[in-house]
Design a protein around this ligand. Structure first.
Ligand code: FCB
Length: 438
């Protein structure tokens, strides 16, 4: 049945469309002994934080096996590889040498390096509640740009400040494990400020082609009832617009600016520093309704706080092993919605992450997921949205944050005992798709 669904030829994407895959440092590198610690090392060492009790001390050991990974990328035939530079590694002696070697190996293999400058692994001495972290980030960015700027194809300032704020600082299910609820809002502001300062630091270092990777998904109201619609709008504001409006139009959504610290008007000018493209990580839409009780559930934990919304189930849809609903057409809706909302203010868009967790090496469900989403992306292109690239999350199974090694998002299977890599059916499928696009 799944096999039949994917036999129609994939429509052609515009010439120059950038195909890639994504990873992040903490999730794949390992070699924790040769870098400074990050907030994730501290968090995973605390009992009960990561589901299977695992840590990312070894992960996929990509620090030592990057040649194997580059060969897998070359075999896949992607144009680009999105990876992140670990700030605590850059802070350790010789840490940048690793990225120098990786970037050289990618260039030699004809794969363009796309660098994320922050993907959640903050050095332990730093804290996003502090405004100064934004300037420290800009300094770090300058150091990286000086060293790698001559070979990096595209820069991504931050990965998903929304999730890092919500999961890490509001709900405490990610590092650094704070449960500040709405008091976590300064964390969002300081990251956005860090984004703007990083754009300036990159330009000052002569680096161009800069974007951000924000997570977005359509928010669907549970019903037409005013209380459900209102709850859905609030959720949309908090998880989507709070992170896109400041970057794209230099404003916070109504009611949010006054909750932020510092000289917000001045900061917004920095945050809205023009970027060359806008990156979207998309996984699934969310159905949201009016609050249902005094507790919220997240990741198997309950929080005794009343939020002004409840996340509801999206019915009658297949779900991934993570329980995320599979709704490809919501990607078209998301992109046409973005183009409608931001108009000329929206630069070209790249999908910087999209993917799913499923077990098994004959991963027909992943093929169906990717096939559906790439077609949905093409419909957005046909509708006039200027989409320039698509990156699958992820190249290989890796350390999936609080889920440990239990969620497998890779096109390549990782045996976490032997560290052997085995391409899955989806790897071959994507390779063939890319060949047909050329
Ligand atoms: C995103 C993260 C990425 C990965 C995927 C599954 O939110 O950016 O690191 O964990 O989800």
């Amino acid at each position: 049945m799944i096999r039949r669904m994917v036999t129609n030829p994939m429509p052609q994407f515009p010439a120059g469309f950038l195909w890639g895959v994504s990873t992040s440092a903490h999730q794949i590198e390992g070699a924790a002994d040769v870098r400074e610690p990050s907030v994730w090392d501290v968090f995973t060492a605390e009992p009960g934080r990561v589901k299977d009790g695992s840590t990312a001390a070894v992960a996929c050991d990509s620090y030592h096996r990057y040649h194997e990974d580059v060969a897998l990328l070359a075999g896949l035939g992607v144009d680009a590889y999105r990876f992140s530079v670990s700030w605590p590694r850059v802070d350790s002696p010789g840490g940048l040498d690793f990225y120098d070697r990786l970037v050289d190996a990618l260039c030699a293999a004809g794969v363009r390096p796309v660098v994320t400058l922050f993907h959640w692994d903050l050095p332990v001495a730093l804290d996003w509640l502090e405004r100064d972290t934004a300037s420290r980030f800009a300094d770090h960015v300058s150091v990286v740009a000086e060293r790698l700027g001559d070979r990096v194809a595209k820069w991504i300032t931050l990965n998903e400040p929304a999730e890092h704020t919500l999961l890490g600082h509001a709900l405490g299910v990610h590092a650094p494990g704070r449960r500040l609820m709405f008091d976590a809002l300064p964390v969002a502001h300081h990251q956005l400020l860090a984004h703007g300062l990083a754009v300036r630091a990159l330009r000052a270092a002569g680096a161009g082609d800069i974007g951000i990777a924000n997570s977005h998904g359509p928010t669907w109201a549970a019903s037409e009832k005013p209380e459900d619609r209102e709850a859905a709008e609030f959720y949309d504001l908090l998880l989507n617009r709070l992170f896109s409006d400041p970057v794209l139009i230099g404003r916070y959504p109504e009611g949010i600016g006054e909750l932020m610290p510092g000289d917000v008007e001045a900061d917004l000018k920095v945050i809205a520093e023009p970027i060359d493209w806008y990156g979207i990580n998309y996984y699934a839409p969310t159905r949201v309704g009016a609050p249902q009780g005094a507790e919220i559930e997240f990741g198997g934990l309950s929080f005794p706080v009343e939020l002004p919304f409840t996340v509801r189930e999206i019915e009658d849809r297949p779900v991934t092993d993570f329980g995320w609903p599979v709704v490809p057409e919501a990607l078209t809706e998301l992109l046409t919605g973005f183009a409608g909302r931001y108009g000329d203010r929206l630069p070209p868009v790249l999908i910087t992450e999209n993917g799913c967790s499923y077990e098994g090496v004959d991963d027909q469900e992943r093929i169906a997921y990717l096939d559906g989403h790439i077609r949905a992306l093409h419909r957005a292109v046909e509708a006039g949205v200027d989409v320039r690239g698509y990156f699958v999350w992820s190249l290989l199974d890796n350390f999936e944050w609080a889920e440990g090694y239990a969620r497998r998002f890779g096109l390549v299977h990782t045996d976490f005992e032997t560290l052997e890599r085995t391409p899955k059916a989806s790897y071959t499928w994507l390779r063939d798709l890319l060949r047909a696009q050329r």
